[in-house]
Design a protein around this ligand. Structure first.
Ligand SMILES: Nc1ncnc2c1ncn2[C@@H]1O[C@H](COP(=O)(O)OP(=O)(O)OP(=O)(O)O)[C@@H](O)[C@H]1O
Ligand SMILES: [Mg+2]
Length: 298
């Protein structure tokens, strides 16, 4: 069976707020899906629904072809989950916590767990209350990865990790993918999303607003054009696809979204000294995708 996650009209309302609004998404086996969106967009709500920790107001989530609502306990044997904030038992050591989590899950690759402890440079002998935030996060990451579960669900897993450990995490997620595991990754980290994700989904105010590969989504964001002229740049304000026109002396900078014919003709007529067009950087793309966030908490 090739479909690992499927949601149909999946909705969660809290009073009048639709934390998640009619989500339809399908994730295939072996895929790494990046799940993005500004704070409060509904990412954690989606994850809780997928895990059966909360019930949908409407719609349905299926994992491995089975309805989450009625099969949560059974499904959890094939899923490993890392929440954004971990809370473990303060008096247990790291090693005891890992043992306990492994017992709850039911199966763990002990050899791989040992490897992960080394790779994450984790000292398992301290009490949980004495670990730093990043080290507590490592417990959750090691525990989840070492299950080799068919489906890994991560909610902002690297928010407390230093860059070296964040890289270790990315390497291990790629190992999971090469083993045929499927990954649902909620993240705000550009690097993580760029390196790992086959497709990204973007949520805004509970609604899925974009879904595709990063390359596909790049087309949604405007090209940046820069040109310089012998004298004052031509007027482009009448061209519909052009926005953010910025003129400094003889230098022009603007964005173009969609057709570029008219812009090129107008610029060419003015005989530019230089002309440069570039795709949006990943950061610009993210900002464009997140745009509209400011109204979201209203
Ligand atoms: N138990 C709850 N009761 C009421 N409202 C809730 C509850 N849980 C979530 N919400 C609301 O649902 C919306 C989505 O929240 P959610 O936690 O899913 O966002 P998120 O995308 O994970 O954000 P972040 O990036 O900050 O983690 C928010 O408006 C939030 O206030
Ligand atoms: Mg969240």
């Amino acid at each position: 069976m090739n479909t690992i996650i499927e949601t149909k009209g999946l909705t969660k309302r809290y009073g009048k707020t639709a934390a998640l609004d009619a989500l339809d998404i399908t994730i295939k086996k072996g895929e790494i899906l990046g799940y993005l969106g500004p704070n409060g967009a509904g990412k954690t709500t989606t994850i809780r629904l997928l895990l059966g920790l909360i019930k949908p107001t409407e719609g349905v989530a299926l994992i491995f072809g089975q309805e989450v609502d009625h099969n949560a306990a059974k499904l959890h044997k094939r899923i490993a989950y890392v929440p954004g904030e971990t809370s473990f038992w303060p008096n247990m050591t790291g090693a005891e916590t890992l043992r306990f989590l492994a017992t709850i899950h039911g199966s763990v690759d002990a050899k791989y767990e040992t490897e992960l402890i080394k790779k994450f440079e984790f000292d398992p002998n301290k009490k949980v209350r004495n670990y730093s935030k990043g080290n507590r996060q490592k417990i959750a990451l090691i525990a989840s990865l070492s299950t080799r579960a068919d489906l890994l669900i991560f909610d902002e897993p690297t928010s407390g990790l230093d860059p070296v450990m964040a890289k270790t995490f990315r390497d291990e997620v790629l190992v999971a993918k090469s083993n045929g595991q499927t990954v649902f990754l909620s993240s705000h980290m550009l690097e993580e999303v760029e390196e790992l994700c086959d497709r990204v989904a973007v949520l805004r105010q509970g609604k899925l607003v974009e879904l595709g590969t990063l390359e596909e989504l790049r087309h949604l964001s405007a090209l940046t054009i820069e040109a310089s002229f012998r004298s004052i740049p031509p007027d482009l304000s009448h061209i519909q696809s052009v926005s953010n026109i910025d003129i400094q002396g003889n230098h022009l900078r603007c964005n173009v979204n969609g057709s570029i014919d008219e812009l090129l003709l107008t610029v060419a007529k003015a005989k530019p000294l230089s002309f440069l067009s570039r795709k949006p950087s990943l950061e610009e793309l993210f900002l464009a995708l997140y745009d509209g966030a400011e109204n979201e908490q209203a």
